[in-house]
Design a protein around this ligand. Structure first.
Ligand code: DAH
Length: 359
């Protein structure tokens, strides 16, 4: 019996040395230590032995079992270590490889500039008032002192929501067609009416910025797009003068462009302001000497402004004998073009990431 046990042990230990993977380790365990292994056969045969033989064989079999278990444990550790070493070798990461760059999302340049403008205006005490993009002719033109058929309407070619009447029908669109706003100025009327409604006898003063998209039915070129943002400013109160307008615009220009930015007011015409002006800043590109960007004038136009026309104040519910006000309209895309020397307005809605990524 002792010989048989020695043989079992020897055969088992020998076969263990050639085992190199976890599945074979498990198979070895089943073969040599499992329920139907030769060793277990010895244990289950103990009952048939004599009283004297039983403890001797039992002890000897136990010793073989302990030895095989210890050998199994050791082999299994070796195999696991080998497997780990192999996978580390095969799957190793080359930390010197350059990483894959990710595209990081960001705000559209127009949104960035719009926010810059509104941040500055907020510091200066202007509250944001948003107004609709789809308007009526009444708000977009008539209440802003553009009479029907007035030639000033030609300054702003319009997208109408309703279909064109058939040509030669002699019909027109009626008195108050629905249209896409051509400027943010109709928001002035909405705002004044809303503020005045709070106290019609003595309407409160107003100091607001009206941002938003505007639409014009124009040929798209490097200088004009069918849609663009504007930021309208409006201040209404008692004793507001042109000096307030000049001071406010000058302050804005210095905060937006540079402390030393020079600017000038040039007389102009808008139906909804009287007097009206356009504001130019000294060309940032050439410093006023004259270049391509400023078309050799040394100046860049940045906005239109003026004192709110008495008819417009009245239409908003503010008595022009008691109240006065100033207003302006400026374009964030235009400011960005001037600031960053963007030569073509079409880049803004062209969705070319090579352009957008630069902001
Ligand atoms: N609405 C004008 C435009 O789009 C811009 C403008 C000019 C707005 C003068 C104003 C203003 O409020 O006073 O061309």
């Amino acid at each position: 019996m002792q010989d048989k046990l020695n043989e079992i042990e020897k055969a088992a230990l020998e076969s263990l040395t050639s085992i190199n993977d976890p599945a074979a380790v498990e198979a070895w365990r089943v073969t040599h230590l499992g329920r139907s292994s030769a060793l277990m056969g010895v244990f289950s045969g103990l009952g048939k032995l004599s009283k004297e033989e039983r403890p001797i064989v039992g002890q000897a079999a136990n010793r073989v079992k302990v030895a095989l278990e210890a050998a199994l444990e050791e082999r299994s550790k070796l195999v696991k270590a080998a497997v780990l070493a192999k996978s580390l070798e095969e799957d190793h990461i080359d930390v010197t490889l350059p990483g894959r760059t990710r595209h990081i999302g960001r705000l559209h340049p127009s949104t960035q500039q719009l926010r810059r403008v509104l941040d500055i205006l907020a510091e200066m005490g202007f509250q944001v008032f948003t107004s609709r993009e789809v308007e009526t002719d009444e708000y977009n033109f008539q209440l802003l002192n553009f009479p029907p058929h007035h030639p000033a309407r030609d300054m702003q070619d319009t997208f109408f929501i309703e279909a064109d009447p058939p040509t030669g029908s002699g019909q027109d669109r009626g008195d108050n067609p629905i249209l896409m706003r051509t400027h943010t100025s109709p928001g002035q009327i909405h705002a004044m009416r809303k503020f005045a409604a709070a106290n019609p006898q003595d309407p409160p003063p107003i100091r607001i910025a009206l941002p938003g998209m505007c639409f014009r039915y124009e040929q798209i070129t490097a200088r004009s797009e069918v849609q663009f943002n504007q930021v309208e400013g409006l201040a209404v109160g008692k004793n507001i003068t042109f000096a307030d307008l000049k001071g406010t615009i000058a302050d804005f220009v210095r905060r937006m462009f540079s402390e030393g930015a020079r600017l000038r007011f040039r007389a102009s015409y808008f139906p909804f302001t009287e007097p009206s002006a356009e504001v130019d800043v000294e060309c940032f590109v050439c410093g006023g000497k004259g270049c391509q960007v400023c078309k050799n004038s040394g100046w860049l136009e940045i906005l239109g402004c003026g004192m709110v026309h008495p008819n417009v104040l009245m239409n908003g519910g503010y008595d022009p004998k008691v109240y006065s006000g100033y207003a302006w309209g400026m374009g964030p895309e235009r400011q960005l073009m001037l600031r960053n020397k963007v030569g073509d307005i079409r880049y803004f809605w062209g969705n070319d990431v090579r352009f957008l990524e630069q902001f």
